[in-house]
Design a protein around this ligand. Structure first.
Ligand code: ATP
Length: 382
């Protein structure tokens, strides 16, 4: 595959990223470059709504001149601005050095070449200057690797410095349908994820899980020996992602969280590590409720993620629970029961519960019937 990387094609594609013109104007004499994934996707012809721009020098003046909505993160010399529907992450070009494996890097202002040199993979380590004639700055051979459809690290210690790059490698390989260059693949298998805080690992995992090709990415990680996934994990992930595409499951949960739960049986983060989600889901999937009221009782105390997992394990009745039964409410309230003479105390709750059960099961319909059923149950005749 030969990608269009000449000046005319780059110019043409840059103009499609509305908003960059304003950045260029506001930059004045400060040098600004399109960098990272935006360059990769520009070469691949993939549309993006967010791009990274590296700035050689101060970014504050540029941000002020741009006006509009922006968030400036002074400590890291970065800012996010919205221009013409494009989200632009501006960052002062910087170098990063790693004192110990897996530690957060020490950061210093630097020129573009150092900024590109600190990056994860060659395909993400290219830049295009936004001033003057557009040209590809590609010190590590990213274009050739894009054409060869491969992910390659920039230096042998890359996964040692930052083991979360192994997760990023899986994410990009799956998303782009790329392979890993041979030495990169040898080294990725040696990644010591345990040198990084589990929060950072989880944050990258969540990004991976949120992608359409997450099942492939997770299988890659498992094949490199970085995570153990049980034999059903891949099937669970695929069925959770299928479920999230069809009613009534669309939008019930964030894709990343749902896929993470399907793969690892837990939520991300410290709290997630304490709670296994597969067991309650399995228990729920073993329930075969005979009536809607029994379904509501069985499902009520479960989180939406547990419901999703239980559905992937075969609990088809959860479709109706989610679409219909979950939202069934009584027309009457406890206050009405009190008004009608039910004494304050547990009888009110018992009455309402009984009426809701009967309504769910189609035994009663309408306000009067609800009241009668609740009164009877409250009086111990339900
Ligand atoms: P996406 O297409 O998912 O938005 P992206 O390539 O823009 O991906 P980000 O995670 O937003 O990725 O990071 C922006 C750029 O910063 C990357 O392209 C890469 O060059 C660099 N980068 C991000 N994380 C790392 C890391 N852990 N190590 C080195 N470079 C990184």
């Amino acid at each position: 595959m030969t990608l269009p990387a000449g000046e005319p094609e780059l110019s043409e594609r840059l103009t499609q990223l509305h908003g960059l013109g304003q950045i260029r104007e506001a930059a004045e004499s400060t040098k600004v470059y399109l960098v990272g994934g935006a360059v990769r996707d520009l070469l691949l012809g993939t549309r993006r709504v967010d791009v990274d721009v590296a700035v050689e020098g101060e970014i504050e003046g540029l941000v002020l001149r741009l006006g509009g909505t922006s968030v400036l993160h002074e400590r890291f010399s970065t800012a996010t601005v919205e221009v013409d529907g494009l989200t632009v992450d501006l960052a002062a070009a910087r170098s990063e050095t790693y004192a110990t494996p897996g530690a957060l890097p020490e950061v210093a202002r630097a020129e573009l070449s150092a900024d590109l040199g600190r990056r994860d993979f060659t395909v993400n380590a290219m830049a295009i200057p936004l001033q003057g004639e557009p040209r590809l700055i590609d010190p590590s051979g990213g274009l050739a690797d894009l054409e060869a459809r491969q992910i390659r690290i920039l230096h042998a210690a890359s996964f040692v410095d930052d083991p979360t790059r192994a997760l990023r490698a899986a994410r990009y390989a799956a998303r782009l349908d790329f392979g890993l260059e041979a030495e990169t693949e040898r080294l990725v298998r040696q990644t010591a994820l345990e040198t990084v805080s589990s929060d950072r690992v989880d944050a990258e995992l969540l990004r991976l899980c949120a992608e359409p090709e997450s099942a492939v990415a997770l299988e890659l990680l498992a094949s490199w020996g970085l995570f153990e996934l049980d034999s059903d994990a891949a099937a669970r992930v695929r069925s959770v992602t299928d479920l999230l595409e069809r009613p009534p499951w669309t939008q019930v949960a964030e894709r990343g969280l749902a896929v993470h739960a399907a793969a690892f049986g837990r939520a991300p983060g410290a709290a997630g590590r304490l709670r296994n989600l597969l067991e309650p889901a399995r228990a729920l999937s073993a329930v075969a409720p005979e009536k809607p009221s029994a379904a509501v009782t069985a499902a009520a105390d479960h989180t939406i993620i547990e419901l999703l997992l239980a559905r992937t394990m075969g609990a088809e009745w959860l479709d109706r629970y989610l679409a219909e039964w979950r939202d069934v409410r009584l027309e009457i309230t406890g206050a009405e029961l009190l008004e009608a003479g039910v004494p304050e105390g547990p009888a009110v709750g018992l009455g309402l519960e009984a009426a809701l059960r009967m309504k769910l099961d189609g035994e009663i319909e309408g306000r009067d019937a609800e009241l009668a059923a609740a009164m009877a149950a409250a009086a111990g005749r339900g």
